[in-house]
Design a protein around this ligand. Structure first.
Ligand SMILES: Cc1cc2nc3c(=O)[nH]c(=O)nc-3n(C[C@H](O)[C@H](O)[C@H](O)COP(=O)(O)OP(=O)(O)OC[C@H]3O[C@@H](n4cnc5c(N)ncnc54)[C@H](O)[C@@H]3O)c2cc1C
Length: 304
């Protein structure tokens, strides 16, 4: 890829201001791990985003979209291609009574707080999930029995072919940690959520309960990317990991959390290589002990 040609192209299309070259991605992930990406784009409008996708197509440069980077591991040599992170223009929230239209870049924690202020119920479970709406929809984020599928009505997205489309909840086929936009290079732009009228004290109490559970069970004061593995049907990944003696296992500055064995934490300058070592070690041990293949929940991106 010739960065000078791309740079000129970005200027010609007047989107050079939303682009940085060789941006360290560790700044954009909750793990604080990972190398730089060649081209980092932060579009504010659909038009800007479409221009980025057009360049990606014309010059055959792969692209990925990230939200808050709270469920991804960026590898040490970084990403060859384009990483897109939606900016302010995709962080709008519009309330229409109990229906709320939310931009994909909105932080879930912020959204939860705003809903509480308006005494709207349905978002109590997201209050401590450090992602954006876009990442939460793709992953059907959940906590304590509630998930995004319960509140999503409609999602708007840009297809890989640069077409604007929308899909209703039933079209999206939500399931455990996925919906059918996952893996299709679709970029979620926003969604309509259906909330319920609630009572402020009751909503606050649910939020407090969720936070208490989380503080007791998860290493939320450490750098991590949330759960590393999905729970296999009928099992908890954390329990399997504990049973194979991997809790507390460390490699470099990466460690399998002693609080929640499905979390790997970065105790300093852990590398993606350290984290991957632990992931592979866990996979090997669980396979050997239980003949179960753990599926990764986190998305791994880039070059080792
Ligand atoms: C301490 C901690 C606690 C957590 N607790 C929970 C929990 O209780 N429940 C839970 O479900 N998760 C939890 N997570 C994981 C994570 O926060 C969620 O999966 C969250 O929804 C990811 O959102 P994100 O914006 O950070 O996405 P990212 O991590 O940036 O990306 C995750 C995936 O979503 C895709 N994506 C992001 N934005 C878009 C978009 N606009 N359009 C299309 N694709 C997009 C990315 O390409 C990637 O595949 C936790 C993480 C941490 C660090």
């Amino acid at each position: 890829m010739n960065l000078e040609i791309i740079s000129n192209e970005l200027k010609k299309r007047e989107i050079n201001k939303i682009v940085k070259f060789n941006e360290p991605l560790k700044k954009h992930t909750s793990f604080r791990i990972g190398g730089p990406v060649d081209i980092f784009c932060t579009p504010n409008t659909i038009e800007e985003l479409k221009k980025v996708i057009s360049i990606s197509k014309e010059y055959d440069i792969p692209f990925w979209v990230i939200g808050n980077g709270s469920n991804i591991l960026i590898l040490d040599q970084g990403v060859r291609g384009i990483v897109i992170k939606l900016n302010q223009g995709f962080k709008k929230i519009i309330f229409l009574d109990k229906i709320v239209k939310v931009g994909a870049g909105v932080s879930l924690i912020y959204l939860g707080k705003i809903a509480l202020k308006r005494e709207l119920s349905g978002l109590e479970f997201v209050c401590n999930i450090p992602g954006t709406l876009g990442g939460a929809i793709i992953n059907n984020a959940s906590f304590n029995g509630n998930c995004m599928a319960n509140i999503v009505q409609e999602v708007t997205f840009l297809t890989e072919e640069n077409n604007l489309e929308s899909a209703s909840k039933s079209d999206l086929d939500f399931n455990y940690r996925k919906c059918n936009l996952k893996g299709r290079s679709a970029i979620i732009l926003g969604a309509t959520l259906q909330l319920k009228e609630g009572n402020k004290e009751k909503i606050e109490s649910k939020i407090r309960k969720n936070i208490k559970i989380r503080k007791a069970k998860q290493p939320i004061d450490k750098l991590s990317a949330g759960s590393i593995f999905k729970n296999p049907p009928g099992y908890y990944a954390a329990e399997l990991i504990e049973k194979v003696g991997a809790k507390g296992l460390s490699q470099g500055k990466a460690e399998v959390s002693c609080k929640h064995a499905n979390f790997i934490i970065n105790n300093g300058n852990a590398t993606a290589r350290d984290v991957l070592y632990l992931i592979e070690e866990i996979e090997k041990r669980v396979k050997e002990a239980f003949n179960i293949e753990l599926n990764r929940e986190i998305q791994i991106l880039g070059e080792p």
